[in-house]
Write a protein that binds this ligand. Structure first.
Ligand code: TXA
Ligand code: MG
Length: 308
């Protein structure tokens, strides 16, 4: 599909929805200041409740117009933006990111995505863009254009094809409202990378407390999922990691060399492929919890219906 940035911007301006590629996952984007457009996003996703959305901006300067970012937050933004980091901070301009987009909270989640098409749209639009992942509620996030169109394409006025998402996992969400940094959702920037810039990060309390959008069953394929399986059953679809332990059809190796970045980029697309296979259930290999492995294992636990 032709990447029509102007068409996408016009759609946002009239309150319509847009499939927007980012480096993490595809987003279902709308004008963050337009409550009717935000309501249409919730309806298109079939979210069971109104969870707050991330406001996407071009960078730190634009973020400072809507969020009260302290010195520590600015350091994080300077280190990781544009990129897969979302900061949750007190809202300054409640008209630019409407109440419904924030689910009535007095905080706002803000990030500057690192994808040329997302950046072009944000620059031309000039205002924050609310964009949850473009999947229907509870399903794996789309990391390929065709997956995004399959999930929510029927609800949009424009869809930009940005190719496969480079990171493949959603952004890391860090809360700054208190004295300390809180990891509300592990994601594309690892905890180690954040701690190297800003000091210790506490793991989020119960998901419901800090980041209301996090459900126990989320990112889920339709088929049952069994985790940490080193010796896979021949009857299952298998997502491997590292040197192959099983070959043949219905095996997808997230990274034969054991590279966590490669595994992250493949995760959701392979989960979808395994879900489309003839097997009755899916098994996944053990994956180390270091670096991006923390976020990969978080998504897999939720996809299997286990609380994180
Ligand atoms: O990589 C990403 O973050 C993607 C791309 C499209 O940017 N977006 C994404 O959005 O994953 P979504 O809506 O699927 O997840 C947003 C997460 C949810 O867990 C939500 O609860 C949390 O951010 N969140 C948003 N606003 C918040 C707030 N004010 N306080 C705490 N958590 C918040
Ligand atoms: Mg999501």
């Amino acid at each position: 599909m032709h990447a029509d940035v102007d068409g996408a911007v016009r759609a946002l301006q009239r309150g319509a929805l847009v499939i927007l590629p980012t480096e993490t996952v595809y987003g279902l984007a709308c004008d963050a200041g337009n409550p009717r457009a935000v309501a249409a996003v919730f309806a298109a996703k079939g979210r069971p409740q109104f969870n707050p959305l991330i406001a996407h901006v071009t960078g730190l300067e634009a973020a400072l117009r809507i969020a009260a970012l302290d010195a520590r937050a600015r350091r994080l933004a300077e280190a990781f933006w544009p990129g897969p980091l979302t900061l949750v901070a007190p809202i300054i301009d409640a008209s630019a990111v409407c109440d419904l987009a924030r689910a009535g909270l007095d905080t706002v989640a803000v990030r500057a995505p690192d994808h040329p098409l997302a950046r072009a749209v944000l620059e031309a639009f000039g205002e924050p863009v609310a964009a949850p992942s473009a999947n229907r509620s509870g399903r794996p996030s789309p990391t390929r254009f065709a997956d995004a169109v399959e999930e929510t394409g029927a609800s949009v006025a424009a869809a930009l094809d940005g190719g496969p998402c480079r990171i493949g996992l959603e952004s890391t969400v860090v809360g700054l409202a208190q004295d300390e940094l809180v990891l509300l959702r592990p994601g594309g920037v690892s905890r180690d990378e954040i701690e190297a810039v800003a000091g210790p990060v506490r793991r989020g309390l119960g998901e419901a407390a800090g980041s209301p959008g996090r459900l126990a069953r989320h990112y889920a394929p339709a088929k049952p999922l069994r985790l940490d399986v080193a010796a896979p059953s021949a009857a299952a679809a298998y997502l491997g990691f590292g040197p192959p332990v099983r070959c043949g059809p219905e095996v997808w190796n997230l990274s034969p060399t054991g590279d966590l970045q490669e595994a992250a980029a493949n995760l959701f697309a392979f989960l979808r492929a395994a879900d489309r296979s003839a097997a009755a259930w899916i098994e996944t290999a053990p994956i180390p919890s270091t670096g991006l492995g923390e976020a990969i294992n978080d998504r897999l636990r939720r996809a299997a219906g286990h609380v994180g």
